[in-house]
Design a protein around this ligand. Structure first.
Ligand SMILES: Nc1ncnc2c1ncn2[C@@H]1O[C@H](COP(=O)(O)OP(=O)(O)OP(=O)(O)O)[C@@H](O)[C@H]1O
Ligand SMILES: [Mg+2]
Length: 300
């Protein structure tokens, strides 16, 4: 796949009427084999974007390529599994029977059914009626339905919606597993923590616009150590020698050191050894939650 992107959008835009811009000139890049978290508060445009990627609705402007095809192209759709609206399962049929019906629709052999049930850890309960499933099991069956085609790309809209904490943990583990090989998984969520733990890269949108895209580490920014020391000039000379002058910045009576926070003990030892008093030494690391709050202006 050219440049390793499985999903690319350029200026992707969806307007409703003249006043609502649900998705506003979005440029996304999802790399092959990664788990990509698509984050934003309620109403940010996540579902609208995913629906455009699947060809369920047409963009007002801009373009997208998913699995080397335009959204909605049957050749592309064969390679994409999705969970955007919960599929309608028959309550009086078993999980396995429901999936067999879906595999018939998809033109896929029934042999995929048991593999998909196995993948979502439902093989034990496959013969039970769907109507007797817990919420978490229903959601896992929906993921199994998305897996029927053994897709190379999975697009999941809020897959943990409605699950209890245990169900969320299981779904997270499942998504991580699904995305562990060559398969690419894009999942949306308004819950930051949930996505941060399992995503290789994330995009954050707000009011339809992309506000950040990158690895969790990139978005959190550089970590650093802040020290409060006296005398500050002598400390600075010592630290310049030790870390290089470029790594040391004076900020509000403290020195900010652009180094790995794991170096804290070494730095403390060197300063104290040089007769410098250290009254404060702490690591600064933004959580993704802080970044999200700053970028979206809303609590995650
Ligand atoms: N069919 C539609 N007609 C008019 N406005 C729409 C339509 N679909 C979505 N919108 C509007 O587009 C915006 C984005 O909605 P969308 O459902 O994509 O957000 P979301 O990020 O998925 O939110 P949530 O986290 O609540 O699911 C909202 O303002 C919504 O009201
Ligand atoms: Mg939504």
């Amino acid at each position: 796949m050219a440049n390793g992107n499985v999903i690319t959008t350029h200026g992707l835009t969806k307007r409703y009427g003249s006043s609502i811009t649900a998705v506003d000139a979005l440029d996304l890049e999802v790399h092959r084999g990664e788990v990509f978290g698509f984050l934003g508060p309620n109403g940010a445009g996540k579902t609208t974007t995913l629906r455009m990627l699947l060809g369920l609705i047409r963009p007002t402007a801009g373009s997208a390529v998913v699995a080397e095809h335009r959204p909605g192209d049957p050749k592309g759709l064969r390679r994409i599994g999705s969970l955007v609206e919960s599929p309608a399962f028959y309550p009086y049929l078993s999980g396995r029977e429901n999936l067999k019906i879906m595999s018939d629709y998809a033109g896929v052999s029934h042999t995929r059914v048991d593999a998909a049930l196995e993948e979502v850890d439902l093989a034990d309960r496959a013969k039970d009626r769907f109507g007797t499933y817990s919420m978490g099991m229903k959601q896992r069956l929906a993921v199994a339905a998305a897996l029927i085609k053994d897709p190379e790309v999975m697009i999941l809209d809020e897959p943990t919606n409605g699950l209890d904490p245990q169900g969320v943990v299981e779904m997270r583990a499942l998504i991580r597993r699904l995305g562990s090989g060559n398969r690419t998984v894009m999942l949306s969520s308004h819950l930051l923590n949930e996505v941060q733990q399992i995503s290789d890269r994330v995009a954050i949108i707000r009011k339809g616009k992309l506000v950040a895209q990158g690895t969790v580490q990139e978005l959190r920014g550089e970590s650093a150590i802040v020290v409060r020391v006296t005398p500050v000039d002598a400390a600075r000379r010592q630290l310049d020698r030790m870390l290089g002058a470029a790594a040391v910045t004076a900020v509000d009576g403290t020195l900010r050191l652009s180094v790995d926070p794991n170096k804290a003990a070494d730095i403390n030892e060197a300063l104290v050894g040089a007769g410098i008093k250290v009254s404060e030494l702490r690591a600064v690391e933004r959580t993704l939650e802080e970044v999200f709050l700053t970028l979206t202006g809303e609590a995650a």
